[in-house]
Write a protein that binds this ligand. Structure first.
Ligand SMILES: O=C(O)[C@H](O)CO
Length: 328
């Protein structure tokens, strides 16, 4: 038997940085979905048959069908994400399949991207660039308030979620001399909130008082559609909503109405439902809505660190050692 056939089998859902791939190949028989098109469900169900380890992205739903397709030898699933709403963790536990995500390493990049959405929405960057491209600059010169934006300094910030990423965003915003940081979460988090003077409030109080509302919580069944028509009605008409968490937390039809009718001022979204958001989606036609393609954690440094962390977890599980970032 050759050495390579004794190595554990690993399926990797998409090409990853060569340095990480080289590490994986030294310790596993690796199969990669090399195409620049995501595999279909059937393609990856076929590809996981008989593997010991599976390196996934959040579009891969880990459920009974997938675990059955893989087979009882499957030992570990490593997801290239902090979010784990796509994984049936109880079932993995029941089957003895270890699961790990990538917390911590995504915090800086995600917080920086959130800042770019907050600033872009506040400064009306999309409308400004479009105005210049459309030759409106000269025409509108007479109006001093053409494209007048909002300032972060002096504003009230409302953080929905004050975990690692929420806190990193709040700290960056604090440096902009905001007047107050409010937050809502399942429970008060004084250890994070107190050093930055953040105040724990109810969801409704946060909506009513904030100039910027930033969604940075994990998605679950209880916060599906949390930002609905009623929530938007409670917000200030000038309020800016930023979502770097998951699209499911926002009712997008209600958001469209709120942006269109001036119920709220603007939105910056890195996450939507569905993903990718089709170019025909009405949100994309609104000048006061900026959408980026779920790239908040996508810097070269963070991308590589996430892949390395998935690899570390896979190696640990295959060798029967404790995972670096286990989910259970
Ligand atoms: O969950 C995460 O880490 C990001 O949203 C990328 O999926």
């Amino acid at each position: 038997m050759s050495l390579s056939t004794q190595l554990p089998k690993l399926f990797v859902i998409r090409p990853i940085p060569p340095t990480v791939m080289a590490r994986l190949r030294r310790r596993c028989q690796v199969t990669v979905h090399e195409s620049d098109q995501a595999p279909t469900r059937q393609e990856y169900l076929d590809a996981v048959r008989g593997v010991d380890a599976f390196f996934i992205l959040p579009f891969v739903k880990v459920d009974k069908e997938l675990l059955d397709a893989a087979g009882p030898q499957l030992k570990v699933i490593g997801t290239f994400s902090v979010g784990v709403e796509h994984i049936d963790i109880d079932l993995c536990k029941e089957r003895g399949v270890k699961v790990a995500n990538t917390p911590g390493v995504v915090t800086t990049a995600t917080a920086e991207h959130a800042m770019s959405l907050i600033l872009a929405a506040a400064c009306r960057l999309r409308e400004g660039i479009q105005g210049v491209n459309d030759g409106l600059w000269g025409n509108k010169w007479e109006s001093g308030l053409w494209l007048a934006g909002a300032e972060i300094a002096g504003s009230v910030i409302g953080m929905v979620g004050l975990g690692r990423i929420g806190l990193a965003i709040a700290k960056r915003l604090a440096a902009f001399e905001v007047s107050k940081i409010l937050y809502t979460a399942r429970n008060p988090r004084p250890e994070s909130a107190d050093p930055i003077g953040a105040e724990y409030v109810t969801f409704n109080d946060l909506l009513e008082q904030s100039d910027f509302v930033v969604i940075a919580c994990s998605a679950n069944d209880s916060n599906k559609g949390l930002f609905n028509a009623e929530a938007f009605k409670r917000m200030k008409k000038t309020s800016i909503l930023v979502n770097i968490a998951r699209g499911t937390i926002v009712d997008q039809d209600a958001l469209y109405e709120a942006l269109k009718t001036g119920e709220i001022g603007a939105a910056g979204l890195d996450v939507t439902t569905p993903e990718p958001l089709p170019p025909s989606d009405p949100l994309l036609g609104l000048p006061n809505c900026i959408v980026t393609p779920h790239i908040a954690s996508c810097t070269v440094t963070t991308h590589t660190a996430m892949c390395d962390l998935v690899a570390d977890n896979i190696f640990a599980a295959l060798e029967g050692k404790p995972l670096k970032t286990p989910l259970y």
